[in-house]
Design a protein around this ligand. Structure first.
Ligand SMILES: Nc1ncnc2c1ncn2[C@@H]1O[C@H](COP(=O)(O)OP(=O)(O)OP(=O)(O)O)[C@@H](O)[C@H]1O
Length: 581
């Protein structure tokens, strides 16, 4: 896999601006490389003693022109490169987010939110910095070194003297080859530990309420501290290695200068070169040390960002587990839902969560699903929504296999109300009108009435415009569930799935909601998952699930007749408060 492809594509797309910026920087470096030459000539003129006021003036103006033009060219070139870097950052963040929206639940549960946040924040920034610094500093360094060498050759400094003085710096590429991979490995460890810390911070903050009620802030702190310690250790290992690498470069530069004063000084005394040449030579060598160090910096940054680039690239190339078939069709009518011999295990697990499920949900009927926790009820719904998919057995909507239906049309035909419906930090109205941002306030109000949350909303100062979340109102568990239910009802989908959606609501309100739903969903397909018999007893059919299998099916009355059955036991406990058999 070519990890640099994202960068290459970006460079290809923006090559005119990059070329122009690089040209500006090349000119600025040529400018800068003339300074030692000018100072060398000035020294020679000074030594000859025939320097006039006019000549001093000329040298001054020349240096001023060089300084100003250097500043202009260099500044504008750098600005263009930095701007392109920011554009890259912006574009990649958008692409990553687009990718997140097509990836499936399995990917998110496998990766963890903290890691994914770290991709969006740390990795993208690391790559952007490496592009900007890479282009700026590499261009500067390479062209300053080249122009300096050319200028030295143009002057009367003997080639052998230049070669000897530059000799110690030739070792630099070998040092880079030695240090590069080690720096890369250590920087990968830093990025990994940063991601772990972000994940831990995210988890600790999300669970802060639980932590506080259990009074275990100390334990939470300890867990977080461990991740910070990991970062510190990884950072220190990286800093040690990079500092050693960075220190060797100027050290070699100092060697070059020693050579120049020993050999150059000797040649000056012998009058083989002029004092001006000697001054120019030392100035050039000084001038070259910085760009060489810059090259080191660039290599360091590049090595560091390679790991980030690799992760970003892997993410962008991640193929969603669930994809639409090329010839997928829109689901026009939801129709009957037919499930045949459906079995399923979650990716990476060999435990069958669903086992040979055979079920027909006739269009316009209500199906009740009960069963112990972990018996596979929610999993069945996830397969109906194609959040996960199984290759054992089949699901058909209106006679069409689920895999031949477009994901958008499938999911827009189903309104799913989970037990813990997530509410966004926006207004109550926006939360309810989630599936249709253009919905009229009137429709939002009707949905709220149907979910029996309307009255509570009117108690808030801003009514439906009340903000929820961080800087807004916090709803109770039951209010949250009813808001989430209103969101599902507003969708007016042909299929409604309530997954334990009113479990946090008091019994009286629950009964009222269910009664109103029966009217509302008359002749519309509805699936009600619940632990309470009262929620499903009016359903046209009820299935009882146990360990991934349907162990009983029938109407409420039929199931009650099976006295030894799970359903009758559950009913006895709930209705009559009796112990199981
Ligand atoms: N993403 C997942 N990865 C692996 N296993 C999972 C995943 N989600 C659920 N499971 C497992 O699948 C089994 C069935 O879970 P499911 O959520 O379908 O049960 P449920 O009947 O809806 O339970 P409840 O009544 O408590 O909501 C459980 O053992 C659960 O641990």
């Amino acid at each position: 896999m070519n990890h640099s492809r994202i960068l290459l594509n970006y460079f290809k797309l923006n090559w005119p601006v990059y070329s122009f910026a690089i040209l500006l920087m090349i000119i600025s470096n040529i400018d800068q490389a003339t300074i030692p030459l000018i100072l060398g000539r000035f020294t020679d003129d000074l030594q000859k003693g025939d320097i006039s006021r006019h000549a001093i003036m000329n040298y001054s103006v020349l240096l001023l022109v060089v300084g100003i033009s250097y500043g202009l060219f260099f500044g504008f070139g750098q600005f263009l490169v930095a701007r392109l870097g920011r554009k890259f950052e912006f574009m990649i963040r958008q692409r990553i987010f687009q990718k997140f929206s097509v990836l499936n639940e399995h990917y998110f549960s496998k990766q963890g939110m903290g890691k994914l946040l770290s991709y969006v924040m740390n990795d993208v920034t690391a790559v952007r910095e490496s592009i900007s610094q890479g282009v700026n500093q590499t261009t500067n360094a390479v062209f300053l070194i080249l122009s300096s060498i050319v200028m030295m050759l143009i002057s009367a400094i003997p080639v052998y003297l230049i070669a000897i003085c530059i000799c110690p710096m030739v070792i630099i590429p070998f040092i880079v080859v030695y240090f590069g991979p080690q720096i890369r490995l250590r920087s990968m460890q830093v990025q990994e530990s940063l991601a772990t810390m972000t994940g831990s911070a995210e988890e600790q903050l999300s669970g802060i309420r639980v932590t506080k009620t259990f009074a275990i802030e100390g334990l939470a702190q300890k867990r977080f501290d461990e991740t910070v310690d990991q970062i510190r250790d990884a950072q220190l290992r990286l800093v040690r290695m990079s500092s050693l690498f960075q220190a060797i470069l100027p050290f070699l530069g100092a060697f070059s200068l020693i050579f120049s004063i020993v050999l150059g000084g000797y040649l000056t005394i012998k009058h083989s070169i002029t004092l001006g040449d000697f001054v120019a030579l030392t100035l050039y060598l000084r001038l070259i040390v910085n760009p060489l160090q810059q090259l080191g910096n660039v290599i360091n940054t590049m090595q560091r960002s390679r790991a980030s680039l690799e992760r970003m690239n892997n993410l962008l190339e991640e193929v969603p587990d669930i994809r639409e078939a090329a010839n997928a069709k829109k689901l026009d009518t939801a129709g009957h839902i037919q499930i045949r011999q459906l079995s399923f295990n979650y990716p990476g697990s060999d435990r069958a969560v669903l086992n040979n499920i055979d079920l027909k949900i006739r269009s316009g009927t209500t199906l009740g699903i009960v069963g112990k926790t972990g018996s596979g009820k929610t999993t069945l719904v996830k397969l109906l929504l194609r959040v996960y998919e199984s290759n054992r057995g089949s699901i058909q909507f209106n006679g069409v296999d689920i895999q031949d239906i477009t994901l958008e049309s499938l999911r827009s035909r189903i309104a799913y109300v989970p037990q813990d419906g997530f509410l966004f930090s926006t207004t109550i109205r926006d939360n309810i009108a989630f599936s249709d941002r253009e919905a009229k306030l009137e429709d939002v109000e009707i949905a709220a009435q149907q979910a029996f949350i309307h009255e509570s909303i009117l108690h808030f100062t801003d009514h439906f415009e009340t903000k929820l979340g961080e800087r807004g109102v916090t709803l109770s568990g039951g209010q949250k569930q009813r808001t989430s239910l209103a969101r599902g009802l507003l969708k007016k989908a042909p299929i409604l799935i309530l997954d334990d959606s009113v479990s946090a609501v008091d019994s009286l309100t629950e009964a009222a909601i269910l009664k109103s739903l029966r009217k509302l969903r008359k002749n519309k397909t509805t699936l009600i998952i619940s632990h309470r018999i009262s929620a499903v007893k009016h359903a046209d059919e009820i299935i009882v699930m146990n360990d991934g299998k349907i162990v009983q099916r029938g109407t409420h009355e039929q199931l009650l007749l099976e006295l030894d059955g799970e359903y009758a036991s559950l009913n006895r406990i709930q209705e009559e408060g009796l112990e199981i058999g």
